[in-house]
Design a protein around this ligand. Structure first.
Ligand SMILES: [Fe+2]
Length: 299
């Protein structure tokens, strides 16, 4: 390169190319990709760089601010390990995880909306008796859940698989507290009966806060945003000839219902966990719900 420069006439500007444009813009990166077999990866990077280019220009980002951004992203990476996925937490709290879910699993009106499974799902939850209890330690306010799995036309779906998982009354999942809760506490798999019905006994789930001790929690706290997730029960339902449903059912009365930290609440997912006398003369809560699946679609 030194040799090439030396042959330029004194005072002549070097030839501009895509690496020396004075007024750099995102299109320069896209131009470099043009014609290369980069596929979806290149397409995604081009869109990303265009968006970042717009951000830098709109904010007139200073070098010091840019350094801060890079330092923050480095911190997020360092906070992630095999047990904790800080990047997923960042995507969740920015609303990006739910956006991807909404774009990829739109359901016709009348079907129960899909949501993210979240980090506490276990695929190996044990099969429970339909009507039995999923609370292995009996701690908490008793809750009776009764539901039906239906197709969009209202037809009951017998033999459907209903996976359920939830936090305890303190807002903790059993896999967060392996030393305090029994293995597979408050989770299990059930099969719907001949009328598409399922039932289980449990305890009222508590709402919980996302972790505040990492870079994502600190960012949200600094912005004055809350990390609360309103109380809910997770369901994953599979039935022959239907799209799998993964969703949450939220307690309508939870004070955090309007500010879910990961934007998972939808009007169709609100339910009443009503006070009710339960079997055995105890007073507890009862939840009745229908989970409506979408028939498999072409394409
Ligand atoms: Fe959850």
């Amino acid at each position: 390169m030194q040799g090439e420069r030396s042959v330029l006439p004194v005072g002549a500007a070097p030839q501009a190319d895509s690496s020396t444009v004075k007024d750099h813009d995102g299109a320069a990166f896209s131009a470099r990709l043009a014609g290369l077999p980069t596929g979806r990866l290149g397409q995604g990077l081009a869109v990303l760089v265009d968006a970042l280019d717009g951000l830098v220009r709109e904010l007139q980002l200073t070098p010091a601010e840019f350094r801060q951004v890079l330092d923050y992203l480095t911190e997020v990476g360092h906070a992630a390990d095999a047990r904790r996925q800080e990047w997923v937490l960042l995507a969740d709290t920015l609303g990006l995880s739910m956006l991807v879910e909404d774009l990829n699993s739109p359901r016709p009106a009348g079907c129960t909306p899909n949501t993210v499974a979240g980090p506490f799902y276990r695929a190996d939850a044990p099969l429970r008796d339909n009507g039995g209890s999923i609370s292995l330690d009996g701690k908490g306010v008793p809750l009776q859940v009764r539901g039906r799995v239906l197709s969009l036309d209202g037809m009951a779906l017998p033999g459907a698989s209903v996976e359920v998982w939830q936090a305890d009354g303190q807002g903790k999942y059993e896999n967060q507290e392996p030393d305090l809760q029994p293995e597979n506490n408050l989770r299990g798999r059930l099969r719907t009966d001949g009328q598409g019905r399922f039932a289980f006994r449990s305890v009222m789930p508590g709402g919980y806060d996302l972790p505040s001790d990492g870079p994502v929690g600190r960012l949200m706290t600094r912005l004055g945003l809350c990390l609360a997730r309103p109380a809910h029960i997770h369901f994953r339902v599979s039935a022959e000839g239907h799209e799998r449903l993964t969703t949450h059912i939220f307690d309508r009365a939870d004070p955090a219902i309007g500010r879910d930290a990961i934007f998972g609440v939808k009007p169709e997912l609100l339910a009443d966990f009503r006070a009710a006398p339960l079997d055995g003369g105890v007073t507890g809560r009862a939840l009745d719900l229908d989970l409506v699946l979408c028939p498999l679609r072409q394409g």
